[in-house]
Design a binder for this molecule. Sequence first.
Ligand SMILES: [Cu+2]
Length: 173
Amino acid sequence: MSKRMLKWLMVFTILLTAGAAIATVSRAEEPAKVAITALWARPSIGNSQVGAGYFTVENKGPADVLLAVEADVSKTVELHTMTMNGLVMKMRRIENAPVPANGSLVFAPGGNHIMFIGLKKPLTESDSFPVTFVFEKAGRIAATMKVKNPGAAATPAPPATPSMSGMTGMGNQ
Ligand SMILES: [Cu+2]
């Protein structure tokens, strides 16, 4: 009896191991279709309780929808869009943001942005923090958001800004 149980246990173990191996292989073969690039957040100003973050979603698969961005740095995280109403900049919350098939979704200054509301501590330049992007199809994707100066984000610092570099120490007093 105990010998028979042992035999069944062995078969069961082999099946489990085989199942795990198959699961690992199929996951490894699936190429990542959605990539998050150009992640950065603006340093927060003084004791301001809000912060803004930007990113680009590069999609090599079918159309998807960005449902939410999660982060621990603030009480809530919202997706915002910004429009000019004459000379007045108006921003409002959006429920989600569509990602086109084989295209990209850009959150950049002057347009869409992540709004960190109720910051637990100031966002200081060169800090970084984890964020999770939640997509309808691609699921949850973890990434790291780096805090940096808008001027340093895309283009090399223009010659007019060297005096700014002397100010970076001020945030750490
Ligand atoms: Cu906003």
